[in-house]
Design a protein around this ligand. Structure first.
Ligand code: AMP
Length: 190
């Protein structure tokens, strides 16, 4: 199986590219952000628990992620692996993912980071706010999400760098050009 983590700051295009990667390589796309947004929309108990956290741009506590992830992986149809989009976001989550995969005799095959600078991210997210109206796309929350990313998620680059499973691509350019760059990295490792 090919277990792929698409990594990058908010607004780096992870969601868009993950969907394409999943389709091309027949992988199950798991977006923890999408799962949370669905639960908020449907007003489930999980949704009620995480709503205010997400609206502030903070991270949902690690212990809530494990169950969500295992559930999504269990429900996956028989495919060739997973694309993890927006997970892991902390070192604890990376350790949890490792354990979850180990239980299935699997491991992380490749971590790919989309590189986009802060100015571009803010520009993109403010634009997305106009189009999609996401509650966590206000300037104040965007700035917090970037801070949270830099403090809590960026350390994962070093974490995965040590295992030799890490690569990066420039996340600025056309969606097609970035997708091709991602596929090249995948094909080189697959
Ligand atoms: P995203 O769509 O990936 O940007 O996620 C939107 C929001 O959901 C994030 O800002 C977090 O509040 C929450 N979230 C999504 N994935 C995670 C995760 N792996 N760990 C903690 N919080 C998460």
């Amino acid at each position: 199986m090919f277990n792929f983590i698409l990594f990058g700051p908010p607004g780096s295009g992870k969601g868009t590219q993950s969907v394409r990667v999943a389709e091309k390589y027949n992988l199950t796309h798991i977006s923890t952000g999408d799962i949370f947004r669905r639960n908020i929309r449907e007003k489930t108990s999980l949704g009620l628990k995480v709503k205010s956290i997400i609206e502030k741009g903070e991270l949902v506590p690690d212990e809530l992620l494990i169950e969500i992830l295992e559930d999504a992986m269990d429900r996956a149809e028989d495919r060739h692996g997973f694309v993890f989009d927006g997970f892991p976001r902390t070192v604890q989550q990376a350790n949890d993912l490792k354990a979850i995969l180990q239980k299935r005799n699997e491991h992380v095959s490749l971590v790919l980071a989309l590189e986009v600078n802060d100015d571009e991210i803010i520009k993109r997210l403010l634009k997305r706010a106009e189009v999609e109206g996401r509650k966590d796309d206000t300037r104040e929350v965007i700035e917090n999400r970037i801070r949270v990313y830099n403090n809590q998620t960026q350390p994962l680059i070093e974490y995965y760098g040590r295992n030799g499973t890490f690569a990066s691509v420039n996340g600025i350019g056309s969606i097609d050009a970035i997708f091709n760059a991602i596929c090249e990295k995948i094909d080189a490792r697959n």
